[in-house]
Write a protein of this length. Structure first.
Ligand SMILES: *Cc1c(COP(=O)(O)O)cnc(C)c1O
Length: 292
């Protein structure tokens, strides 16, 4: 396998009669196509961490995540391709059967360690954190989800992949909000950057005037889904041939269509929606749930 290939990225025009009627164009940036495993935005968020790693004499890379984490899988695979040792601290007790994501991460050489949810939750407290990382001396540590300044800087470079000036609105999903923050700081002030939070109860915060976050499209919370969401994703696929994931990009696409229906976007808007990948997470759904 090779490192991600930016030449594989396309911007797919989504052409549906109701968009034409409204005089609005929608294109989807297919970051999901850059690599079969290091999917979507994760490569961008890892870029500067990998650079920091190479600049110093670290022993390996340690990071954190849940059983279906796209970030864990992307890190494991990127580390293998670069010949770096990797370790993952996984939320929760070790199950009798590992999730597909964790099986794959192990195949890419990541050493997994499971810790109870309670301890995991408190990992931002110094004493818990130090206890956890003590077993990994001289490892370079990447926060859960690849969050932080390096992640934001890398995510901002997503905007260099295409002619960003032609869009009036750019939409992306928000988990840790690393991608959103990076894109917002790298964007022009005359275009609106819209984040769709997939987490319930995200806090309001201050940001550049051109940024806007919607908190009402989480469908019950992180990695939760409803029949309405699944039906939307199947319909979206039928209409566009584009697969989405139920944790991030399905909710993002639903939000876009809902906002279009509610006439949130003015006539002549040129919208870019970012497909940030994550399709492997759909394997956690019962077979037959999705038609793709
Ligand atoms: C991780 C991820 C996101 C969220 O990115 P953040 O920077 O954590 O907000 C969005 N979409 C997909 C597919 C992801 O895997």
């Amino acid at each position: 396998m090779q490192l991600p290939d930016f030449l594989k990225i396309t911007t797919d025009s989504i052409q549906l009669p109701f968009l034409q009627q409204k005089g609005i164009s929608v294109e989807m940036l297919r970051l999901d196509k850059i690599h079969p495993v290091i999917s979507g935005n994760k490569w961008f968020k890892l870029k500067y961490h990998l650079q920091n790693f190479s600049d110093k004499d670290y022993h390996g890379i340690l990071t954190f995540g849940g059983a279906w984490s796209n970030h864990i899988l992307a890190t494991a695979c990127a580390c293998q391709l670069k010949g770096i040792k990797s370790a993952g601290i996984i939320r929760g007790e070790k199950p009798s059967q590992l999730s597909y994501t964790l099986q794959q991460a192990e195949l890419y050489g990541m050493q997994l360690r499971f810790i109870p949810r309670e301890t995991y939750k408190r990992k931002s407290e110094k004493e818990f954190f130090e206890e956890i990382i003590k077993k990994y001396p001289n490892y370079y540590i990447i926060q859960e989800g690849g969050a932080g300044a390096e992640g934001e800087k890398g995510a901002g470079e997503i905007l260099q992949l295409f002619n960003k000036n032609k869009y009036t609105h750019i939409l992306c999903a928000i988990g840790t909000s690393t991608m959103f923050n990076g894109i917002l700081s790298a964007s022009r002030t005359n275009q609106q950057i819209i984040g769709i939070s997939v987490i319930k109860g995200m806090n309001e915060r201050k940001m550049k005037d051109s940024g806007k976050i919607f908190n009402n499209y989480h469908f019950g919370g992180y990695a939760k889904s409803t029949p309405e969401l699944i039906q939307f994703m199947n319909n979206f696929y039928r209409q566009t041939n584009i697969p989405t994931d139920f944790v991030y990009t399905g909710k993002l696409s639903f939000a876009l269509f809902d906002l279009l229906k509610k006439d949130f976007f003015p006539k002549e808007s040129k919208i870019l929606i970012i497909h940030s990948g994550g399709l492997q997470g759909n394997i956690s759904l019962p077979q037959g749930t999705l038609i793709f």
